[in-house]
Design a protein around this ligand. Sequence first.
Ligand code: PEP
Ligand code: MG
Length: 640
Amino acid sequence: MVYGNTGDDSGSGVAFTRDPSTGENKIYGEFLRNAQGEDVVAGIRTPLQIDDLKDIWPEIYDELEEVCQILEDEYKDMQDLEFTIEDGELYILQTRTGKRTPNSAVKIAYDMVEEGIISKEVALLRVEGEQIEKILHKQIDTDADVEKIASGLNASPGAASGKVVFDTDEAARRGNDGEDIILVRSETTPDDIHGMAAARGVLTSRGGMTSHAAVVARGMGQPCVAGAEEIEIDLENEYFEVGDIRVEADDTITIDGTTGDVILGEAPLIEPKFTMEFEKLLGWADDIRQMGVWTNADTPEDAQKALEFGAEGIGLTRTEHMFFDPERLGVVHQMIIAKDEDDRQKAIDELMPMQKQDFKGLFKVMDGYPLTIRLLDPPLHEFAPTDENSQKELAEKLGVEVDEIKKRVARLEEANPMLGHRGCRLGITYPEIYKMQVRAILEAASEAQEEGIDARPHIMVPLIGNVNELKVIKDEIVDPAAEEVFSENTEVEYEVGTMIEIPRAALTADKIAEEADFFSFGTNDLTQMGFGFSRDDVGTFIPEYLDKGIIDKDPFQVLDQEGIGQLVKMGTEKGRQTKDDLSVGICGEHGGEPNSVKFCYRNDLDYVSCSPYRVPVARIAAAQVVIEDELAVDEGVDGY
Ligand code: PEP
Ligand code: MG
């Protein structure tokens, strides 16, 4: 037992061998004179910085530095240690691997490779997918004119705006309902974790960098400003004051966990940039991974962002998203509600140039990379005009009564739209729509090619469950459309493939492969139909299923390897029995979730496709699985 509270020659502190916020290779921490360890972490007194130790007890600082080096050499990772100084003598109480911000995790991993402490492989294993996602956090635009009202410790990086909430349960409820909330507390305790997790950020008026709020927020990757002591909080009456400014519950503030600033109102936020270390780490991942990483993108802007994040193709462009544009919606209504083929064709002719422009924009960005465009998929009623105004407008345009429009809309309603008239079923019953889309894709590709762009169209048919559906679409729609387009335009090579998102498609994948150039697993629908869980209604029972341990993860977030994963495995194997070089990918949400990415690699998929921001996550996960499964076994990875 040693005592840090025996007088002014004693004290207690916490130290990190490197800065847990930035990763800088410099001892970081805090201490209090004449105090025990609990006083430092409790946040009751605001501690001194470890640098102050240099002035107060220079020899002890040197000794601490030496200890930090010994510990890092031994554990080959950043350490978090507790120490006590009793009557001028240093004692180390404990050491453990230190928690760190995502950016510092990357920097420490990179630096330790450069310093020869760990290998590149170990560095890659040290960075978790979730941390990578957090690196892509927003910051406040430094050019913006903002009203800074206080500052505290920059406890956990990233900026966030939201409404001030003082009550943890309320923050949890409203945050989980999708509201942007900043949780404001004097300090936090473990009872506040659910509120912290659901909020966009956390602001406390007391405590240091090792206080509960700081440590927990850092671990969660939540922006946090801690120990903003100028702020006086009145929890009971739900407001805080800084000087003569009073901020009430529900007022909007912005916190910047990178600088420690507290700002009144909503500050403009800018997208994060990659650090050099992050770029390097991603480069090492690319050298090791064997699976491609593509993206799901519907606009040239998203596609551009994804390319910057390292995407190597587009695995899914959802064309229905292009139809939601308010300017187009009227024409789309007309197409859906048309009374006959002629009427429908008129609307389609209006849509065709718009779609062609959309696709051309994408081909330009994706020069030299595959661009997988999926033909229209949504349930028809989603596009039906339901409000009075659009029904009136449409009635006028078509020269019919509003009641007639209402009748046609009513006819489109379905009891189970997710299992209804959508996907390729729509294409088969209204071939003009798919024909227009195929023509728009191929004409855009052809024009792009003439302009020197390397356009690589992959046409993807959704919701195939039976090979004959694909055959009909190819024979009656795609082939004739291509023939028409190429009789007047330069020919372009293209592929026609299918989503595998209905269990029957996975079960009959050998047959479907006869007609498909590629497969892409739509694991959102495959999960929906494999489990029989409606994608849109799971919120009512999944939390209880998780609580009771019936399932251990939400299967819409993490691929259910035991069940749905078997359909992916079987679909891939059966497809390749027919075509051994069949290209197989995944474009459901799971394509950016690290465990699911690893499963895809272990089951021989060629690529995963995910939203742009998850591309770096997938790149790292795709490398980690190679290291975990192969390099660690075959070559031995030191320290793994
Ligand atoms: C899927 O079902 O996994 C998929 C990618 O398609 P969507 O989410 O558009 O249904
Ligand atoms: Mg789907």
